[in-house]
Design a protein. Sequence first.
Length: 646
Amino acid sequence: MLQEHMIRILPASLVNKIAAGEVIVRPASVVKELVENAVDAGAQRIVIDLANSCRDIRVRDDGCGIAREDLPKALLRHATSKIERFEDLWQLRTRGFRGEALASIAAVARLTILTRQRGELAGARLQSEPGQEPIVEAAGAPEGTDVWVRDLFFNTPVRLKFLKSPASELQLILYMVTRQALIRPDIGFVVANERDTLLEVPPQQPWRDRAVALLGMEADQHLLSVEGHRQGIHVRGFAAAPAFSRKDRRFQYFFVNGRPITHRMLSNVVQQAYKGLLMTQRFAVVILNIELPPQEVDVNVHPTKEEVRFRNEAMVLGVVHRAVQESLAGANLLPTISLSSPPGPEGRQDELISASHWFAHSTGARPTVPGDFTQWTMQTPSAGGTPGEHELSRLVAAQREFDLAQQAQRNQESCLNTSVESPCSVHPLGQQASPEPSPTTAQAEAQALLLSGGEYPEPLGQVADCYIVARAGENLLLIDQHAAHERLLYMQLRERAQEKVNTQPLLLPVTVDVPVEAVPTIQALTREFTALGLHVEHFGGTTFVVQSVPADLPSIDVGGVLMDVVDDSLALGKEGDLDSLRDRILTRMACRGAIKSGQKLSLDEMRQLVRDIVDSRMGFTCPHGRPTMILLTRAQLDRQFKRVVS
């Protein structure tokens, strides 16, 4: 019995596999370690070839190469040329430093290294099998290093079992390479698989051009330069305008002294800098490199070197926040202003409008949308156009009054969601209203009215080109035109999901340029798109072509659908669940094909939408869970106008 609890020295083969489990967890880990070695070797071009469901990986570079006599030592654990003593950890300028990468890879795969140092006439080849002594021999080779990893995890079946689908693993690799390529525009990168080249960017590329090439051409018109400096901390990079926001933090790229990192607090301060500019559950797109003395940051925190710890975190976060905020402020991202909204205190609305026009005149901004709502374009201030302190204070004060008036209006509008059991009262500007009741009853009453086959609702008009107001007997029905139409389309798409869809060829095919890591997902889903009426073909690189759309959705935003589906598939976490993915595609198609909020409708169009709502006996929430309609009953109206005593 005592024998079973004896302390043993683990064999070297098992120790290596355990160590590999800390560093090499999937194919993207292999690519990351090899690419970082190539960057440290001074490569100008790095080529990554993938095969066998990403389990065969080949990384070639034109860097300094490895000396033949050093090749056997390269596979030993903690063998490195990056550091010699502990103090070197605080002066690091290289990506790698632990000397674990090649040893960990060799423990779980078959490995071949072909290399030649610059200026040498002959090269060398190393061949390694797990558990065996490596073989080193002379060989012809170009300058640089060529590392070929085959049959990854062949001797660790449990690790192999936990890999994601080949498309998902490929996407993770592309995301990893994108991070590396974003911060090193001086290095050319190529990623290819058995079918085609997935990513290719040239060396010595301007940083902005590199960012646009990897984020997609749409980013070009939205990227704002970021620059900030304080007490030895220098922040440089780009922040995208709010219109280019995303559904998750995946497009927030942070670097410290050129090293890709993940840092939750950095993401939080960026979101704070965008406060008031982003919709709920939307995240900013940023590329930020933080330069600071190496001794001010600890990179030896995690085996994968993904996390860092700052000596003065508050200072770093403050510099980043200020740099991003100043970039956004300098771009004149003025909010949309309603010129027809109810005025606040007497004269204040005119003051706001005149202040806004003064600001537009002084900065060169121009209205882009005629009518009741004026939206100001993003402009760079012209020389001498900076507002004076008095005028700027006046503008800020007017804006504050306007915001208070808007808040009072929202407090009044919240009464429309009041249930019969819970009346609300309207409060003067600046006072707190009663707790807002749940809108569930109002929604349920609207649903009951439609399902009961009662009086047919008659549209009266629109409010803010967003909500349809309809009379239903003695009651008032308020319909969110986008949410309601989205629900209708979703139901129609689901009903015909198993049928052959009538399609309409596009006179001019639509090209959609996507971020690099989105390519594998869209390729994997082309069959699903086709089944639903979207004929999507890979044109090459990061470009896809849409040849046809469903006949009953001719104006659908196909680019938006594709990118939404990519975001959803990543959030879903597993591409194998086709039912869930198909449902998300239907949801996105319905959203992108529905009547838009802010779209003016004729009375006939409103009648048709209301008729379709009644005939479909649809639910009272859209596919995203937002309410499609609420009912304001005669009893509630009487109570609001004090015709009855509660």
